[in-house]
Design a protein around this ligand. Structure first.
Ligand code: ADP
Ligand code: MG
Length: 262
């Protein structure tokens, strides 16, 4: 009996090298008064380090529910979720919060920046939990902003920045604790097409430097910058395939008109 248990956990450990994320037969129910919404209906998927995955599907197909699960923002009703070989499906809220802060970065459609706070302070905020000296925290926040091309805008408030710049601040904030995975739910949903490609350029560059990305979008034009697309329908994965002829966002930007030139 003991050997069986041990070899099971060894198998999980060995797989962790190849799998950053492993979701096994996950179901999610929401209780809404008398009714029960079955939002995920048996989802099984693995994501390896260095992947860049676009999650697609119609509204209501379960994309956000799945992302909230990956992001340890919510728990599955049944099934397992292994993150770097650790079964996180059973962890309590405090443990989940700690994993979120150390391993995961989040970017949302609405940027979610604090409005009375500068770009630099917004980016520095997540480092407060990391118990680093103030100097080091500031340094990291500056580096993060430089990485997204906002080195010259650190003292600006969100209202003084364009939508694309605000989203870049949000990306810098998501990166500041050096996560293993960046999760983005409709990050270009509020942006025009050129600005969306600029955001995808940043994602492609981050991915090339080794970051794993999982992005939700309903726009095929955005999804094709990823390396793999997973399509949800009615709470299930209906398609999972590599992207063919993936464009380079940096190349595409050279031929796209800037907003001023329109
Ligand atoms: P998507 O992001 O693809 O639009 P969601 O994951 O948000 O889909 O929703 C999947 C299903 O679960 C939908 O039927 C939605 O109405 C339902 N749902 C999502 N969140 C909740 C919630 N907090 N409470 C009840 N039902 C929810
Ligand atoms: Mg959604």
């Amino acid at each position: 009996m003991a050997t069986t248990l041990q070899s099971a956990s060894e198998a999980d450990g060995a797989r962790a090298f190849a799998e950053l994320i492993r979701v096994e037969d996950v179901h999610k129910y929401y209780e809404l008064g008398e009714t029960r919404v079955h939002a995920l209906r048996g989802v099984t998927v693995s994501i390896a380090p260095g992947e860049f995955v676009a999650i697609m599907g119609a509204s209501g197909s379960g994309k956000s529910t799945f992302m909230n699960l990956l992001g340890c923002l919510d728990r599955a009703s049944s099934g397992r979720y292994l993150l770097q070989g650790t079964d996180v499906s059973q962890l309590d809220k405090k443990a989940l919060a700690s994993i979120r802060n150390r391993k995961l970065g989040f970017v949302f459609q609405g940027f979610n920046l604090l409005s009375r706070t500068t770009a630099l302070e917004n980016v520095e905020l997540p480092t407060l939990y990391a118990r680093l000296p103030k100097e080091e925290r500031l340094q990291r926040a500056k580096e993060s902003l430089q990485l997204v091309g906002l080195g010259e805008r650190m003292e600006h408030f969100p209202s003084q920045l364009s939508g694309g710049q605000q989203q870049r601040v949000a990306i810098a904030r998501a990166l500041v604790n050096r996560p293993s995975i960046l999760l983005a739910d409709e990050p270009t949903g509020n942006l025009d097409s050129r600005t969306s490609v600029e955001i995808m350029q940043i994602f492609q560059t981050l991915n090339e430097s080794g970051l794993t990305l999982v992005l939700v979008t309903h726009e095929p034009d955005v999804a094709r910058f990823a390396k793999r697309t997973i399509v949800f329908r009615d709470g299930k994965i209906r398609r999972d395939e590599p992207v063919k002829d993936r464009p380079r966002a940096a190349e595409m930007l050279k031929t796209m008109p800037t907003v001023e030139e329109d």
